[in-house]
Ligand binder design. Structure first.
Ligand SMILES: [Zn+2]
Length: 157
C-alpha cells in the first residue's frame, strides 16, 4: 500500500458512543470538507475520529466523545454505512459499488483497482479531502471486488 493520506495522531481513539467500537483518527480537513456547511459552527476544537462500523450512524466523534456527527450531517454518502446504491467506494475518481459489480457481472473481472492504483501513484488522489475516512480507498475497493466475485460464484450477481 502506498503511504498516501497517512493521518497523524497521538493518544488512544475514543470508542464510538453509539456502538462502543474503536474509532480511527481523521484529519480536521476531512471533517470540515465533508460535513454540511451548516454543521461547521458546531465543531469543537478537539480532534475528531471516524467510526467505520457499517451498522452505526455515527461518522465522526470528538476526542472526548461529547460531539457526535451522524451520517445525515455529511454532504456525501458514506459508502461503508450504505446498503442501497449509489454506494461510493472511491471518492477521488468517482467509482461506486455498482461500477465494480457491473464489471464483474458482465466481464468477470475489473480494472478499476488497477486504474485507481495508477492514479494514486501519479499523485492524483485527494483522499484527505474527499473520503469520509480521510484515507485511501483501495482496501475498500478490494473488498468490493472480492464480494462481487463471491456473489457471482453463487449465481446471484
Ligand atoms: Zn459507531
Amino acid at each position: 500500500m502506498s503511504s498516501c493520506c497517512v493521518i497523524p495522531h497521538e493518544g488512544d481513539p475514543p470508542g464510538c458512543p453509539m456502538n462502543d467500537q474503536v474509532t480511527k483518527p481523521v484529519g480536521r480537513t476531512t471533517v470540515e470538507r465533508l460535513i454540511k456547511p451548516e454543521v461547521r459552527a458546531a465543531l469543537t476544537s478537539q480532534p475528531y475520529y471516524f467510526c467505520d462500523a457499517p451498522d452505526c450512524d455515527t461518522v465522526y466523534v470528538s476526542a472526548l466523545g461529547d460531539h457526535v456527527i451522524t451520517k445525515d450531517l455529511l454532504a456525501v454518502r458514506v459508502g461503508i454505512k450504505e446498503t442501497q446504491d449509489p454506494i461510493p467506494l472511491c471518492y477521488c475518481f468517482g467509482y461506486d459499488r455498482k461500477a465494480v459489480w457491473d464489471d464483474i457481472r458482465l466481464k468477470g473481472e475489473t480494472d478499476i483497482k488497477k486504474v485507481i492504483t495508477e492514479r494514486v501513484r501519479a499523485g492524483e488522489c485527494r483522499c484527505e479531502e474527499t473520503n469520509p475516512s480521510g484515507g485511501c480507498c483501495l482496501g475498500t475497493v478490494s473488498r468490493a471486488i472480492k464480494q462481487a466475485r463471491a456473489i457471482k460464484e453463487q449465481g446471484l450477481l
